[in-house]
Write a protein that binds this ligand. Structure first.
Ligand code: AMP
Ligand code: FE
Ligand code: FE
Ligand code: ZN
Length: 276
């Protein structure tokens, strides 16, 4: 029995619908999946229904962008109550930040002589949490770039001319928010952000786990973070970070997390509060 706990749909920057994603999960023989769209839980209801049809266990989640001492990091939220009003309000605030950022990126592109309108990015993205991958797709679609990679390399990467930093909450605030919605907070792909030095502080803020297994982690990185997790009594999680066809090929099926890790997560969940 295996799980993939890091998946995106077209409710953020993935290309699969929840139904397509559930079909791929079933085809890869997964037992449990979590949906972790950036800054939104809007896909969770449809994903839950699509998983139920296929006897897949579904874990509601999201991926939040946060910062610790100026460094960006991503926090995965699992087993959250995806109807929790304060949580939804915060997500909406960050969706607004993303939309504003798209307008700023478009304005920068315009001053660089690239006539891309924010409206065409919004219509292509067709979701509440648009991001740079949508801008990249629009740049390719309108013939301004030959590929998504070129769009990031020329314009969208950090310190490239159309890069706009994202307004971020602190990691401690993100962890509190996740806990208030009844969820577990897991540091996403630590091997990509090289955040080892921040882990003790995140643990002190209540971090619950580390995403030890990820498509972009080497075998050595996975082993290293599994050790770090043990040192700090953190949960071990993993997922493919599949964005559908967005990054060339679908990554789902590439990470098969033993189901025992999901069991350990459930044991660490706070007891449900009365009235929920
Ligand atoms: P955003 O949340 O808008 O900052 O966009 C982040 C998304 O862009 C993540 O899903 C990244 O995987 C993706 N991304 C970042 N850099 C690149 C790149 N060079 N090529 C393709 N996708 C990228
Ligand atoms: Fe993404
Ligand atoms: Fe991420
Ligand atoms: Zn992700």
């Amino acid at each position: 029995m295996f799980a993939d706990l890091h998946l995106h749909t077209s409710f953020s920057d993935g290309t699969y619908s929840p139904e397509e994603l559930a079909a791929h999960a079933a085809a890869h023989g997964l037992t449990a999946v979590a949906l972790t769209d950036h800054d939104t839980v809007e896909g969770c209801e449809r994903m839950a229904a699509a998983c139920a049809l296929r006897q897949l266990e579904f874990i509601p989640g999201t991926e939040l962008t946060a910062e610790h001492e100026g460094h960006e990091l991503h926090l995965l939220a699992y087993f959250i109550d995806s109807t929790h009003p304060p949580f939804l309000r915060e997500l909406e605030r960050f969706q607004g930040v993303r939309q504003e950022r798209i307008r700023e990126i478009a304005a920068r592109l315009n001053t660089l002589g690239v006539p891309l309108e924010a409206a065409s990015v919004f219509s292509l993205a067709n979701c509440s949490a648009p991001g740079r991958p949508h801008v990249a797709r629009a740049l390719v679609q309108h013939g301004h770039c030959g590929s998504l990679d070129e769009a990031f390399e020329r314009y969208l990467k950090r310190n490239r001319p159309a890069w706009v930093p994202k307004v971020r909450m602190t990691a401690a605030a993100a962890i509190d928010l996740i806990h208030a919605a009844g969820g577990l907070a897991v540091l996403a792909h630590p091997g990509l952000n090289r955040l080892d030095a921040a882990i003790p502080a995140l643990v002190a803020s209540g971090l619950d786990g580390l995403e030890c297994f990820h498509s972009k982690h080497s075998t050595a990185a996975s082993a290293h973070y599994t050790e770090v997790a043990a040192e700090h009594s953190l949960l071990v999680t993993g997922g493919s970070d599949c964005h559908g066809m967005n990054k060339g090929q679908p990554l789902i099926g590439g990470i098969k997390l033993p189901y025992a890790c999901v069991r350990a997560m459930k044991q660490r969940l706070p007891a449900p509060r009365s009235g929920r």
